[in-house]
Design a protein around this ligand. Structure first.
Ligand SMILES: NC(=O)c1ccc[n+]([C@@H]2O[C@H](COP(=O)([O-])OP(=O)(O)OC[C@H]3O[C@@H](n4cnc5c(N)ncnc54)[C@H](OP(=O)(O)O)[C@@H]3O)[C@@H](O)[C@H]2O)c1
Length: 264
């Protein structure tokens, strides 16, 4: 077995996923990274960009087509990894999407807004984790990460809502909607807890990792994210790398954030 740990990062072609691939590529520890991307064209471009940005990197990266909404894509990805590597050491369930902004813009229905978010963020993430599990269980130090976000019920209990209080009457005028995404990400926490429970005897370390509000293409509104004070996406890469490299091994089964663990 190669000394390089094999890490799969879904949605590795952009945003926090890209920064995670980059952080691992330039790590002192040896990795071979499987950059999941629903578009191989986008992955190719991202890998070219990484080569320009990190010319000294000795770690390696390879593209793998993964569309979380397609069982065929997930099965094909499993077969490719099984045939080529036979195992993985880390699965970073990073890929995610929101459709609330499309809903507000009238591009999708309310039902589509919720179902599409669940399909990517919960259902597809679970199908991928399930399908890749035999590969992960072959590792001597298996790690399973879920990228959390806006997902702690307790924050809502403390009146944390991204929308201002609404006057009485109907319809409500919601300029910036998040609830489809937020519900799906809250469900993702349950997925993390459930996998953590099921995999105890297998020695798999499982976490949800909250990267904080970062400037990415999430929702297709990068300017809005920046205007709302989003921080550099590289911070997401740093915390995910820290978890992969053992800095949060005492916080297994929690939502880890930069300042510690999230109260949920
Ligand atoms: N940005 C934040 O403030 C923030 C905060 C907390 C948590 N998060 C979470 O961080 C993760 C990464 O998001 P990001 O902020 O980096 O956003 P992003 O820039 O939009 O990146 C999302 C990634 O997921 C991929 N993706 C979308 N739908 C997919 C599908 N059906 N199958 C496979 N891949 C798919 C995207 O691919 P394409 O390039 O093809 O669209 C892209 O690679 C998400 O889980 C998000 O919920 C983000």
């Amino acid at each position: 077995m190669s000394l390089r740990k094999i890490v799969t990062v879904t949605g590795g072609n952009g945003g926090i996923g890209y920064e995670t691939v980059k952080a691992l590529l330039t790590s002192q520890k040896p990795y071979h990274i499987l950059m999941g991307s629903r578009s191989l064209e986008k992955a190719k471009f991202a890998i070219e960009t990484l080569k320009e940005e990190c010319p000294q990197a000795t770690n390696t990266v390879e593209a793998i087509q993964i569309d979380l909404t397609s069982d065929e894509s997930i099965e094909a990805a499993f077969k490719q990894v099984d045939d080529t590597h036979g195992h993985i050491d880390v699965l970073v369930n990073n890929a995610g999407a929101t459709f609330d902004i499309d809903y507000t813009a009238g591009k999708v229905s309310l039902r589509e807004c919720f179902n599409k978010a669940y399909d990517v963020n919960v259902t597809g993430t679970n199908v991928l984790s399930y399908t890749f599990m035999p590969l992960l269980l072959k590792s001597s130090d298996p790690r399973l990460l879920f990228v959390a976000g806006l997902s702690a019920i307790n924050q809502a209990g403390k009146q944390y809502f991204p929308t201002p209080p609404q006057p009485a009457g109907w319809p409500k005028k919601i300029g910036f909607e998040t609830i489809g995404y937020r519900c799906s990400k809250t469900a993702l926490n349950m997925l993390m807890l459930d996998w953590n429970h099921k995999l105890k005897a297998d020695g798999v370390k499982v976490w949800a990792v909250g990267p904080g509000m970062l400037a990415t293409n999430l929702g297709g509104v990068p300017e809005l994210a920046k205007a709302m004070g989003a921080q550099p996406a590289s911070l997401g890469g740093e915390i995910l790398k820290a978890v992969i490299e053992g800095e949060r091994d005492h916080q297994v089964g929690k939502i880890v954030v930069r300042s510690g663990i999230m109260d949920w």
